[in-house]
Design a protein around this ligand. Structure first.
Ligand code: HEC
Length: 119
């Protein structure tokens, strides 16, 4: 049981519950859409900290897409970052490593995130 992450406990009241309630809500919503990426992000507990368009604990996926989508090797980079964690790229709060995320799921999520970039 990895959650709540220490950063959640420290300052972000509601993060712990957010991980569960938001994920449930988002997965339920995603089930009605064609978005496999969003459903996967829900299943892998990303949505407790990330939303597509608005900042939550972590940066919005759309902002990540905007920053990386034109960089070569971005998908591999993001997939690696998800599994190893990240700090100092977007602000003071670090992202905990997600070691239980498989390589294949990490890469699927990375491609999905990059696909959110607006032209
Ligand atoms: C406990 C909260 C939390 C969870 C859970 C979480 N993230 Fe993050 N994520 C963050 C934070 C905070 C950052 C910003 C880290 C930084 O500034 O370097 C971040 C950054 C990222 C980045 C950008 C990394 C970079 O180098 O720019 C990606 C991509 C990402 N998260 C994807 C995911 C995915 C996919 C999942 C689900 C498998 C996930 N995150 C789960 C909090 C979280």
């Amino acid at each position: 049981m990895k959650y709540p992450h220490p950063t959640c406990r420290a300052g972000l009241a509601g993060c712990f519950f957010g991980v569960f309630t938001l994920v449930t809500v988002n997965v339920a919503m995603a089930a009605g859409t064609a978005s496999g990426g969003l459903a996967l992000a829900g299943q892998r507990q990303c949505l407790g900290c990330h939303q597509v368009e608005t900042r939550r604990v972590g940066p919005p996926f759309q902002a990540i897409a905007q920053r990386f989508h034109e960089q070569p090797g971005a998908a591999d980079h993001l997939a690696r970052v998800m599994r190893q964690g990240s700090s100092g790229q977007w602000g003071a709060i670090p992202m905990p490593a997600q070691p239980r995320l498989s390589d294949a799921d990490a890469l699927r999520l990375a491609h999905w995130i990059l696909s959110l970039a607006k032209e």
